[in-house]
Design a protein around this ligand. Structure first.
Ligand SMILES: NC(=O)c1ccc[n+]([C@@H]2O[C@H](COP(=O)([O-])OP(=O)(O)OC[C@H]3O[C@@H](n4cnc5c(N)ncnc54)[C@H](O)[C@@H]3O)[C@@H](O)[C@H]2O)c1
Length: 234
């Protein structure tokens, strides 16, 4: 497995966890929005594992505002990470999908959001990007079908991660030298949770389970779909 993160330490931590479980992994550190990232990332898979079998486009963060307060910089940054970066990675993977035929299905899973399916006030940039990834998923399912590559998306509802857990304004991530606030107001979070049929936010392992379900042979005839993982509808 090729593990990416912005920083080396968390990427290496995941590499070690995978190795401890008996798997093989290498790190490919850096921002997915860097111009050379896609080629580096795909090449790391080819160099270390002889090809590309599964791609999960998951990296992301939010930078919210109502439209009248949203800058071009905010719009571009969120479209870059959630839409342009997966586009570049899958464009870089295509020649290998074509050149290295295998006797099994290969898988792409793009991470979307219910904000992309239903819209979400304050997230015009994010919801546009997450809707865009659904369109990209459907199109690449059609382009990559001939290589036996399944392309699907998972649209998450509320999942308890750093993105949503910290009280609004308490957590931040450093992206390209900018400190971006993450987290959601706890009252808003509690109100959201009350509206979820399963009565709670999802756990990261449950979110990962939805992605995993689209990477196994049992779903070899599922492509171009968006699996909603949101506890029953919000
Ligand atoms: N948590 C939710 O409720 C929720 C809901 C819907 C969709 N999502 C989506 O799920 C995905 C994962 O988010 P999460 O909730 O696990 O958040 P998270 O902050 O825990 O994880 C996101 C990861 O992306 C990495 N990242 C951010 N910018 C990057 C960059 N430029 N290059 C490389 N890595 C970068 C971060 O370092 C972090 O490891 C995102 O695409 C997010 O939009 C999350």
């Amino acid at each position: 497995m090729v593990v990416n993160d912005l920083d080396e330490a968390p990427a290496l931590e995941t590499v070690e966890l995978i190795k401890d479980l008996g798997g093989s992994a290498v790190a490919c550190v850096g921002s997915v929005t860097d111009g050379d990232f896609a080629d580096r990332f795909v090449q790391a898979g080819v160099d270390s594992f002889g090809g590309v079998d599964i791609v999960v486009n998951n990296a992301g963060y939010t930078w919210d505002s109502v439209i009248q307060k949203m800058s071009d910089e905010q719009w571009d940054a969120i479209l870059d990470i959630h839409l342009k970066a997966p586009f570049r990675i899958l464009r870089a993977a295509q020649p290998w999908f074509k050149k290295l035929p295998v006797d099994h299905h290969r898988k792409v899973v793009n991470v979307s959001s219910i904000a992309g399916l239903n819209g979400n006030a304050g997230q015009v940039n994010y919801s546009a990007a997450k809707a865009g990834i659904v369109g990209m998923t459907k199109t690449l399912a059609k382009e990559f079908g001939r290589y036996n590559v399944n392309v699907n998306a998972v649209a998450f509802g509320l999942i308890s991660t750093r993105l949503t857990e910290a009280p609004a304004g308490d957590g931040s991530i450093d992206i390209d030298g900018r400190s971006i606030k993450v987290g959601v107001n706890p009252d808003l979070l509690a109100a959201f949770e009350r509206g979820i049929p399963l009565g709670r936010a999802g756990r990261p392992d449950e979110a990962a389970g939805a992605v995993y379900s689209l990477c196994i042979p049992e779903t070899d005839y599922v492509s171009g779909q968006t699996l909603v993982c949101d506890g029953g509808g919000m």
